[in-house]
Design a protein around this ligand. Structure first.
Ligand code: ADP
Length: 426
């Protein structure tokens, strides 16, 4: 491998779990990948091949999303990123007022790229694109349930139309027959779209092989936009150029110190995972929102309980509950207040665990993960091996080693917690 200090791929992800999904895809493709929490932490990425900046911009007003994305782009370019990838949801979550078009426009401007593809296809998760139309598990986007999304209802499956309404530029299409004709045909089509005044191009893809063909065309492109799936074909380009080791991939994660599972998700999958962990004899402490007078005090009780358990075994601290109980407590406290009390409690627990030398923490719940990361002051995560689709082990980059697994809602099989802990070295 050539000597270098440059980031090969710099990605800007519009939400936290999407960032992890992408980071895992790149790690599985053989790139040493670090996910940083906000652009201010890019300095923590060290000698990573790929850096994914996790932001929370998907549902922000467009001008805010643009400003945040440009800040991330500038930081990545400053750190030497050869190629930028703007990552959004594989269901193209956005409204006619933003954010994918405005952010893509701003990044085109910043990078000077003549054109950027827009490809949210991710066949492994049922997202396919044909004639510019997005399908979710075989259903058109606007009949997939996404038409009822609370923040970004998707009522038009034609992404050329959708993106045209958001972007100041003309949007073209690279249809599947061109994609199937291979990288040269795709490149020729993009060149003719540029001549016709297009700066963005929706690109069809129905299977992984399509994404690989598209990926090969993107060698050297300054800007790419898409879902996690588009990352499938990118690492090979850097191997072909000699910038990336031929073999490699996710780095081993070592668990040290005591282990804990913190579960604040109330999803169906997490309820089952918690039930299994308790049935398997993992000592468990329950946090009940209605009984939280002071989150710091609740956390102290949980930590005192944990201190009495066998330090050689993991402990489970959970607020996970059935839909009926969650509804009842939300009716009493309000949805926000109930959630905030639980999240703050987990934040205090996480700080207590860092103080008490826990070295391995599994967190269930997207918002809960955010609260734990913030409480721990974690700025960057080195991506390790995959536990379940979309969920890697990570090593928090900081003063002392901390193995973290962050699982959003419905991810992972019934024995996720056991499987996760069984995977660790050390
Ligand atoms: P998921 O990824 O499954 O959506 P999140 O952590 O993002 O999980 O969201 C779960 C929300 O529910 C959090 O705000 C959490 O604090 C809250 N919560 C957890 N347990 C309870 C409970 N027993 N009652 C009410 N709210 C809860």
């Amino acid at each position: 491998m050539t000597d270098r200090t440059r980031i090969l791929l710099g990605a800007i992800a519009d939400d936290m779990t999407g960032a992890t999904d992408l980071a895992l895809m790149l790690a599985k493709g053989g790139m040493r990948t670090v996910q940083v929490i906000g652009p201010e932490n890019i300095g923590l990425a060290g000698d990573a091949d790929a850096v994914v900046v996790a932001m929370k911009s998907r549902s922000n007003p467009a001008d805010e999303a643009v400003a945040m994305s440009l800040q991330a782009a500038d930081a990545l370019l400053h750190a030497g990123a050869q190629q930028l990838l703007f990552k959004y949801c594989s269901t193209f979550d956005s409204t006619d007022r933003g954010n994918i078009g405005p952010v893509a426009d701003a990044l085109l401007e910043r990078t000077g790229a003549p054109i950027a593809i827009a490809c949210p296809a991710f066949p492994a998760t049922g997202r396919t694109l044909y004639q510019g139309h997005l399908f979710v598990n075989g259903r058109l986007l606007n009949e997939s349930g996404m038409q009822n999304h609370p923040l970004n209802p998707m009522t038009d499956p034609d992404l050329v139309r959708v993106l045209s309404r958001q972007s100041a530029h003309k949007v073209g299409l690279v249809p599947l027959d061109v994609v199937r004709s291979g990288p040269d045909a795709i490149a020729a089509r993009l060149a003719s779209l540029i001549v016709n005044g297009c700066r963005l191009a929706i690109v069809d893809a129905v299977e992984d092989e399509d994404l690989r063909r598209i990926g090969e065309t993107l060698r050297g492109a300054a800007l790419i936009t898409g879902g996690s799936g588009i990352a499938l074909g990118l690492p090979d380009n850097f191997r072909a150029s000699g910038d990336l080791a031929v073999s490699g991939g996710a780095e081993a994660v070592t668990g040290s110190g005591r282990a804990a599972i913190l579960s604040g998700s109330c999803s169906v999958a997490t309820n089952e995972q918690v039930a299994r962990a308790k049935a398997a004899g993992i000592p468990a402490f329950r946090i009940t929102p209605a009984e939280i007078a002071d989150p710091a005090e609740t956390a102290r009780e949980a930590m005192a309980w944990a201190a009495d358990q066998d330090p050689g075994h993991p402990v489970l601290i959970y607020a996970t509950d059935s839909p009926e109980n969650v509804e009842a407590v939300q009716a009493r406290l309000g949805r926000e207040q109930a959630g905030a009390l639980v999240e703050q409690s987990f934040g205090h627990v996480a700080r207590g665990m860092a103080h008490d030398g826990y070295g391995t923490i599994v967190v269930a719940g997207g918002e809960t993960s955010g609260a734990v990361i913030q409480a721990l002051g974690v700025g960057a995560l080195r991506i390790g091996p995959e536990i379940a689709p979309g969920v890697p082990w990570t090593t928090a980059i900081g003063d002392r080693p901390l193995a973290l697994a962050l699982k959003s809602g419905n991810f992972g099989g019934p024995d996720f917690f056991r499987d996760a802990l069984a995977m660790l070295d050390g």
